[in-house]
Design a binder for this molecule. Structure first.
Ligand code: SF4
Length: 322
């Protein structure tokens, strides 16, 4: 059976504001999953809390709208219980890098084979536009009574420092590129992170669609100079593999760091790091529990005729302190 974009759509009423960048990201996810020909019943989408965390309602797949900042523990747990699922975690910058920051770091250490799409608009849109962890110091969006007194966290550098093995950045209004980035993230064997820059037209009146598009930066011919740009494939190789020499690894990390530090009037998009040298958490579990992938926890019988099959005695014996 072939799957189409329509198979990933739902009839749930969408109440995002007109012009919100969330729409482009939702479309890119749906198109990416359809192009990968993944059966919707083999996909699970998890979210935290925020405007973007309504995404699972709009995708025809399994989905759980979880708790504020807790999307990654839910998504990781589902993947470990049922490794045959394609698992996506979605949510905003406030959700993932504020209350969820500890989980963001912990997930990186495990390299579980899931994809995390971070909708980054610099504000807490659902709660009327407070400064999020990615809003720049001294910026004053329209809901703030005073300029932001805190500096921003860099999502790409935090992902790298935490151990994410695939790191990309997209832009909500470049849907074809974003679709391709999400597809590559889903296909990556390990923890993939896609930061998506998106306008919040209701509360962020600084990094607007016009701002990203460079409407205030005209060249001599009067043409806008966009701030977002695609990193050209021929100039940038994000791959670190077992075949990479130490010098090549260091060069790739230096190039990644350089791109991640760009900002202001130059916002690179594309795949910025692809590290194939780390084992996944599933592989580590398989090494300790042979047969884990053949009979994962989600498919194991837990009772027969009302009687639990769990035998805890060996565990108690192992943990006994004498
Ligand atoms: Fe989108 Fe902002 Fe409206 Fe939320 S408040 S739906 S992020 S435009």
């Amino acid at each position: 059976m072939a799957y189409s974009l329509a198979d990933y759509k739902t009839s749930v009423h969408n109440n995002w504001c007109p012009g919100c960048g969330d729409f482009g990201i939702l479309n890119a996810i749906q198109m990416g999953l359809a192009d990968l020909q993944l059966p919707p019943h083999r996909v699970a989408v998890f979210s935290g809390v925020g405007c973007s965390s309504k995404t699972p309602h709009y995708i025809n797949a399994y989905g759980v709208h979880t708790l504020h900042g807790r999307v990654l523990p839910f998504a990781v747990g589902a993947k470990l219980a049922n490794p045959g699922l394609t698992v996506l975690a979605v949510g905003g910058d406030g959700d993932g890098l504020g209350i969820g920051a500890g989980h963001f770091v912990a997930a990186g250490r495990r390299n579980v084979d899931i994809t995390y799409v971070l909708f980054n608009n610099g504000v807490y849109g659902l709660t009327k536009g407070q400064a999020s962890p990615t809003l720049a110091l001294n910026k004053q969006t329209k809901s703030l009574p005073r300029p932001n007194a805190s500096g921003p966290v860099n999502p790409l550098l935090l992902a790298f420092a935490s151990g994410y093995t695939f790191i990309a950045r997209g832009y909500a209004y470049n849907v074809p590129q974003l679709k391709a980035l999400i597809q590559q993230a889903v296909e990556h064997p390990g923890l993939a992170f896609v930061e998506v820059r998106q306008p919040c037209p209701t509360y962020n009146n600084i990094t607007t669609r016009d701002w990203y598009g460079g409407a205030d930066r005209l060249d001599t011919a009067g043409k806008p100079q966009p701030r977002v740009y695609s990193v050209p494939d021929q100039e940038y190789d994000p791959l670190i593999s077992e075949d990479s020499s130490e010098a090549q690894r260091l060069a790739t990390i230096a190039a990644f760091t350089s791109k991640a530090l760009e900002g202001g009037d130059a916002i690179p998009t594309g795949v910025l790091l692809r590290n194939l040298t780390q084992s996944t958490y599933g592989q580590r579990l398989e090494a300790r529990l042979p047969g884990y992938h053949d009979v994962p926890p989600a498919t194991r019988a837990i009772e027969v005729e009302g009687k639990s099959l769990a035998d805890l005695e060996p565990l108690f014996e192992e943990l006994r302190v004498v």
